[in-house]
Unconditional design. Structure first.
Length: 256
């Protein structure tokens, strides 16, 4: 599929934004039968809390589709044990996602997944360039909340903002396009993903679930389908590569 990250960066240029996908289902389709390096894999809401039955843990879901999954996370809860076995073909090890050279070399993944991670990284560009140097030619897929989402716009009109305490940045279609150029990512593609109310289903009494479902499927899903640039999140995928220096043409060569 042709990349949709070749932009002119003009305010009124038309963006080729695809219809939203379901984030976890889409990622599972990408990793089927592959060796997956899952960055930021440990999800405390899944491991330590009781959730609604509809809750899905990304690490567990991709492990059910992939051949093998190695998660990496720097949570203190993994520091003592060093690793957490999460299934017959998956585990999470303690490590820094910003220094992955040795892990990539030993595990040799087919694809790298970074679900809802880039907004937590203190320096996204150095991190991604380090990753590109450690895993050139490897496919990477990243997901992150969308700066121009319908929910963010609505909350802003009410004088409010939706932001996790650990988030250091929020990205838009164009900022992700800039990142794809500068890493660089080859054959980069950005696609939106739908909001999933599974978090709220676990926070409220079961009697409220039908109302949550009504809002999600009768309003939020149709609105995101019609206006995909206002979807809840964005997925950036591409092949990690390093810039090749362009040969310098000397004046004498130009005259030949």
């Amino acid at each position: 599929m042709q990349s949709n990250t070749n932009l002119n960066y003009q305010p009124f240029e038309s963006l080729r934004v695809q219809r939203p996908v379901h984030r976890i289902d889409y990622l599972c389709s990408l990793v089927k039968g592959l060796r997956v390096l899952d960055l930021g894999a440990y999800d405390e809401t899944e491991v330590t809390r009781v959730q609604h039955k509809s809750w899905k843990w990304l690490h567990r879901e991709i492990a059910a589709s992939a051949a093998e999954v190695l998660g990496v996370d720097s949570t203190e809860k993994l520091m003592r044990s060093g690793e957490l076995i999460t299934g017959p073909n998956s585990k999470i090890i303690y490590g820094n996602v910003e220094t992955l050279t040795d892990i990539v070399k030993s595990f040799q993944p087919d694809i790298i997944v970074a679900g809802e991670l880039i907004e937590h990284v203190e320096a996204p560009m150095p991190w991604l360039r380090h990753l590109a140097a450690a895993a050139p030619g490897k496919r990477i897929v990243m997901t992150t909340p969308n700066a121009t989402s319908l929910i963010n716009i609505a909350l802003a009109m009410l004088g409010r903002e939706n932001c996790h305490v650990d988030h250091l940045a929020i990205f838009s279609f164009k900022t992700l396009s800039t990142i794809s150029r500068r890493v660089p990512l080859k054959n980069a593609m950005i696609r939106p993903y739908y909001y999933d109310a599974q978090v709220f289903r676990g926070r409220f009494h079961g009697a409220v679930t039908p109302l949550i479902n009504l809002i999600e499927y009768s309003f939020l899903r149709p609105a995101q389908f019609m206006f995909p640039l206002a979807a809840f999140g964005l997925i950036l995928e591409g092949t990690l590569g390093s810039e090749q220096p362009k040969p310098v043409q000397h004046p004498a060569q130009q005259l030949e």
